[in-house]
Design a binder for this molecule. Structure first.
Ligand code: GLU
Length: 445
């Protein structure tokens, strides 16, 4: 494979799409060697076909605020690849959303979904809409307007969206309501639904829980356990909440969470009521964590900084892409961090990842560590298709099994001669092989 040539051509075709190009670069560098061992991939131009989404829908989303003023946002659905199953991936509502970000997320989703062992292709969508400070009624009108366009490309066997940043249970409910009205059908076309109308138990917790199950496997492989370990978490959304909850249950101590305003350091540990308060903070719609330190005197609020300067055993970025850079990686390593689990999608920059790997630190990439979220969406699809609901125990058992399978796939392709596990290479190759073989079998389409 002529990786640099392919990347250069992509840069010419898609100038300025830096997150997308970053995600593609990471995968291509990881798979180069196995790709070259399979001339049939090269012959079928698997890479050239895989890096371009199947199609992109872009549309205008007009909506009216509570004062009667009209606003216009951009809406997108990037259907990346459906070689192994219907398109599947979340919707992100955030002012930073661009086509480049949704393409990187859709690309990553394709490999992540392959790793889950479930039959799901990759997609992503969303809008540059800012939910911050919006009323319930405004959110509802926005979601309805979004779905009026988006529903045309969705369906239980076609494309199944879910949540991501800025899209939780409330938004999925409004989106589903409009989808149902427009199509006259009640199917599992969105996941992350409320429990009363087809949602899966444990879906809200699944990304964070799955990340902790993956971490447990990494620790076991390194001959240790999570008990008594200190953890720095970033973010304070649904993913951070689930990770903190499970980390506590398993006997670890989480000492930080963060928001766009800075981070909170609580040496006594963030657990129980304090963790639930995170949800209240999120629901307030203000996107700040500072009030945590006002409410709990054991905590200090550090404005404008990231939690990676705190001395911990484990770091779990749970906020957003490129939230942990090379300087942060150096701080963590200097302070003796032992494991890094990227729970956000592409949470670490390429330089930060190189630094961790260069220091032989076990580093789990997001597409493996956070795959429990979409995997549980897959379990929701299965329950919907069967018209049944599983219990929490059943879903948790599947989630455990899936995370352990994801870990095993990373080992299969990521073990170096000296025993170091390069989880990035392992996850990228395992995900790629599955999608590439499916594409090969289905011909040039
Ligand atoms: N947005 C989540 C992810 O990045 C979940 C997607 C889904 O459940 O479809 O994987």
């Amino acid at each position: 494979m002529k990786t640099e040539k392919i990347l250069q051509e992509l840069e010419v075709k898609h100038p300025g799409e830096k997150e997308y190009l970053q995600a593609v670069r990471e995968v291509l560098l990881s798979i180069e060697q196995v790709y070259n061992e399979h001339p049939e991939f090269e012959k079928a131009k698997i890479i050239e076909r895989l890096v371009e989404p199947d199609r992109i829908l872009t549309f205008r989303v007009p909506w009216t605020d509570d004062q009667g003023e009209v606003h216009v946002n951009l809406g997108y659905r990037v259907q990346f690849n459906n070689a192994i199953g219907p398109y599947k991936g979340g919707l992100r509502f955030h002012p930073s959303v661009t086509l480049s970000i949704l393409k990187f997320l859709g690309f990553e989703q394709t490999f992540k979904n392959a790793l889950t062992t479930l039959p799901m292709g990759g997609a992503k969508g969303g809008s540059d809409f800012a939910p911050r400070g919006k009323s319930d009624a405004e959110i509802m009108r926005f979601c309805q307007s979004f779905m009026i366009e988006a529903h045309k490309v969705l369906g239980p066997n076609m494309d199944v969206p879910a949540g991501d940043i800025g899209v939780g249970g409330r938004e999925v409910g409004y989106l589903f309501g409009m989808y149902k009205k427009l199509t006259h059908e009640h199917t599992g076309t969105l996941t992350g639904k409320g429990m009363e109308f087809g949602g899966s138990i444990l879906r809200p917790e699944a990304t964070g829980f799955g990340a902790c199950y993956f971490l447990e496997q990494m620790l076991a492989d390194a001959g240790t356990t999570i008990k008594g370990k200190t953890i720095a978490v970033s973010g304070f959304g649904n993913v951070a909440w689930g990770a903190v909850k499970k980390a506590n249950e398993l006997g670890a101590k989480v000492v930080t969470i963060s928001g766009p305003d800075g981070y909170v350091y609580d040496p006594e540990g963030i657990s129980g009521e304090k963790n639930e308060y995170m949800l209240e903070l999120r629901a307030s719609g203000n996107d700040v964590v500072a009030p945590y330190a006002e409410k709990y005197p054991s905590a200090t609020f550090v404005p404008g900084r990231k939690p990676w300067e705190v001395k911990v055993d484990i770091a779990m970025p749970c906020a957003t892409q490129n939230e942990l850079g090379e300087e942060d990686a150096k701080h963590l390593v200097d302070n003796g961090v032992q494991f890094v689990v990227e729970v956000s999608n592409m949470g670490c920059t390429a330089e930060a990842i190189d630094y961790f790997i260069g220091h032989k630190l076990p580093f789990a990439p997001g597409k493996a560590a956070n795959s429990g979220g979409v995997a549980t969406s897959g379990l929701e699809m299965t329950q919907n298709a069967m018209h049944i609901s599983w219990t929490a125990e059943e879903v948790d058992r599947y989630l455990h099994q899936i995370m352990s399978d994801v870990h095993a796939q990373c080992l299969q392709y990521g073990k170096d001669a000296d025993g170091y596990i390069n989880y990035v290479r392992g996850a990228n190759i395992a995900g790629f092989m599955k999608v590439a073989n499916a594409m090969l079998a289905q011909g040039v389409i």
